[in-house]
Write a protein of this length. Structure first.
Lengths: 562, 148
């Protein structure tokens, strides 16, 4: 006997079955390019990825001081779990830098999440989630490093290499542009950067043999303005650094998966580029392999490469140079500071990208020698097929992508340092699109490792102080007008250090390791330190000794008691 | 729709070798594209099998999928479905019928499931496959490359 079906209706948004408000105040409407240019003049906000275009990760806020920081306590905690099977289930990590505009926080999570939070209470105002295919190629984990905001929109990249614009009031999608090819192993993890009327993003997928690119999209329409490949085609500048009779350039790497810094006077973006491919087998790509492992100055209007400096020519150690270039002026010089995976701190003249000075920033470096002008002499590297070679730093680098900072009051740079080696055994393989293209078997050391937060004088390159840790430090650091440096540990502790001396002043156990970029903001005069926590990502590559640590996912906002 | 079954009889049933039915089994179906560009498909939960059928639904390309969900079981289940913006949730009491509108990027595949009890472990986890390629303007400027 036939029975009528019960009408189950239409499927509803999962978040409608929660306490989420569903809308946020229109605080980003007035966030113009001019305001972002002068972001540091409104220290209550954190308007762009690094806090300001210069990448200093410095907050002028000074309510939290060396004297009172010991009273710092969580004001609120935000958490989000997961539902069902999602991509990169074992590699998700909370790596973003929160942005804050007039009391509203915008932050991205793993697996396509974007949230607008009340930055005073941590309550969710709206959320958006891009559905990510389970089989998307994730080079280095299910992660996202943050959003950009401007004039009513929130911009974020997705694992499937899209850049999307959301309505900042409702979280609803406005436009969606694909800028990478998931069938080629491309993905996207970078936090976008708004410059003028554009959104700047770059490619991820450095282990899949693609051809890295930086590109700009119109922030109103999502239409592409320019795309610049970091590996030249035959005949283009730099192509003579690749074999002229081969296909190596087609799979050369040089991805741009970390947010650029920007000098508005020079009109230049400073982008770091990733490793060449295959990572460890240099014989199939003889030459310097420009513009991999480089700091590249790009005209923001045209995308034209104006200058570059290559930190590790013909890299066979997986020494990406994607990490930030911190822009600052000192003694009348326009400088850029860059801590490279290869273990050396480079102070560059950012008008030419020529090195001013070069200095080591980690204890153990044996892969090669670098002179004061940045000239490289390789010493230890995987050379013969099947022959294991151990070297320091390992492919995690002496500093990972996580960011250093610069305090204009102390005139010091602060870096999270990783002192860990690795063994690579060259194993040649043919290239196949979408399959990892390393050219070696690699094992990162499980012990005999150390880490530190280290302070450096950019005038000399000398280390001024060091706060040592038993395991590598691999979270971005933050420095403030209160004379502090904040630094998270892989084991979950969050620390405040004296920016002048490195003295340890405060600690809080967040329950899961740090691999993100904290920020500072204030509401009605109360200063907060916000830090996402949640261990994970490419742990087997940068710190396998902590591979078994709990993943977690939470965002803590710390403040002094009211 | 195709009704090609995976012939692993002892794994492809409830309370056989396993307690539930191992994931990734069942039949393969195809969503069909309508004149409006939206794709359409039907998913059923048959009696006492604790699965969605087809176990794999293939979309011809990325875009909007209009899905009809029918619970022919004598127990209540649900579905938490992937879609850009938010998961879509539908409660499916026994002998009920409902709809879901999903927006999915492609190519790639997505799992969805029932969050009731351990429905998703027992077999109420199924996949939506999105066919196609990234748009030409998004692809890398290089000659065609060898693939696996």
């Amino acid at each position: 006997m036939a029975t009528d079906y019960v009408d189950a209706g239409q499927a509803i948004d999962n978040s409608s079955l929660s306490g989420i408000v569903g809308s946020a105040p229109p605080v980003t409407d007035g966030v113009t390019y001019e305001r972002i240019l002068n972001a540091r003049s409104e220290p209550q906000n954190w308007l762009t990825y690094y806090g300001a275009y210069d990448g200093q990760r410095y907050s002028p806020l000074d309510q939290i001081t060396k004297e009172n920081v010991k009273q710092l306590t969580p004001a609120w905690v935000f958490q989000c779990g997961s539902v069902g099977l999602h991509s990169g289930k074992s590699t998700y990590s909370f790596e973003a830098s929160p942005l804050v505009v007039d009391g509203i926080m915008y932050v991205s999570g793993w697996d396509g999440w974007v949230w607008a939070l009340d930055a005073r209470t941590g309550n969710i105002l709206w959320q958006y989630r891009t559905a990510s295919a389970f089989d998307v190629s994730l080079c280095c984990g299910n992660v996202n490093r943050g959003v950009a905001v401007a004039e009513g929109k929130v911009f974020v990249t997705t694992l499937a290499a899209h850049v999307i614009a959301l309505d900042a009031e409702t979280g609803k999608k406005i436009w969606d542009t694909t800028y990478g090819d998931v069938r080629a192993g491309e993905s996207a993890t970078v936090a976008p950067l708004v410059v003028k009327d554009m959104v700047i993003v770059g490619s991820s997928g450095g282990e899949f043999g693609n051809r890295g690119h930086l590109e700009a999209f119109n922030r109103e329409t999502g239409e592409r303005v320019w795309r610049t490949y970091m590996v030249p085609k035959p005949g283009e500048p730099g192509s003579d650094t690749w074999p002229d009779d081969g296909e190596a350039w087609q799979r050369g790497g040089g991805n741009c998966w970390v947010t650029s810094t920007f000098d508005p006077e020079l009109n230049l973006l400073y982008v770091g580029t990733g490793n060449p491919c295959p990572d460890f087998d240099g014989d199939v790509r003889k030459g310097d392999n420009l513009h991999t492992d480089s700091g590249v100055a790009v005209d923001v209007d045209s995308g034209e490469i104006k200058a570059h400096f290559q930190y590790t020519p013909h890299d066979v150690w997986d020494y990406d140079s994607t990490m930030e270039h911190i822009l600052f002026d000192l003694d009348g010089q326009k400088l850029a500071a860059h801590f490279d995976k290869n273990g050396f701190l480079y102070i560059l003249d950012r008008t030419t990208m020529d090195p001013v000075r070069v200095a080591p920033f980690v204890d153990r470096i044996d892969w090669g020698e670098v002179d004061e002008k940045g000239n490289v002499t390789p010493k230890v590297f995987p050379d013969k097929e099947g022959d294991p070679v151990h070297f320091w730093p390992g492919p995690a680098g002496a500093k990972e992508w996580t960011h250093a900072c610069y305090n204009p009051n102390t005139e010091l740079l602060y870096a999270p340092v990783q002192d860990v080696g690795a063994t690579a055994t060259r194993r040649r393989r043919e290239f196949k699109e979408s399959i990892p293209y390393w050219g070696a078997g690699v094992g990162v050391d499980l012990d005999d490792m150390a880490g530190s937060i280290s302070a450096f004088d950019p005038r000399t390159g000398e280390e001024r102080w060091r706060w040592r840790n038993d395991i590598p430090m691999c979270a971005s650091v933050l420095t403030t007008g209160g004379g502090l440096v904040f630094a998270g540990e892989p084991t979950g502790e969050y620390n405040a250090l004296d920016a002048s001396t490195g003295d340890h002043l405060w600690q809080f156990q967040c329950g899961s390791g740090h691999h993100s970029s904290p920020c500072s903001y204030s509401i009605d005069g109360r200063q907060y330190i916000a830090v996402p926590t949640g261990w994970g990502a490419w742990t087997e590559g940068f710190l396998p000794g902590m591979l078994g640590a709990g993943q977690g996912s939470a965002l803590f906002a710390f403040a002094l008691p009211e | 729709m195709s009704d090609t079954a995976v012939d692993v009889s002892t794994l492809d049933k409830q309370n056989g070798v396993t307690l539930g039915r191992i994931l990734g089994r069942g039949t393969v179906g195809h969503a069909e594209e309508g004149p409006d560009g939206k794709m359409h498909g039907t998913i059923r939960i048959p009696e006492d099998e604790l699965v969605y059928e087809p176990g794999i639904l293939i979309m011809p390309h990325a875009g909007v999928l209009e899905l009809e969900l029918i619970n022919d079981d004598k127990n209540t289940h649900c579905a938490v479905l992937p879609s850009n913006g938010d998961y879509k949730f539908i409660w499916l009491v026994n002998h009920s019928k409902g709809k879901a509108t999903l927006e999915l990027d492609g190519p790639g595949y997505y799992w969805y499931g029932s969050r009731s009890g351990n429905d998703e472990g027992r077999g109420l986890t199924a996949a939506i496959v999105v066919s196609g390629d990234a748009p030409p303007e998004a692809r890398i400027d290089r000659p065609p490359q060898p693939r696996p």
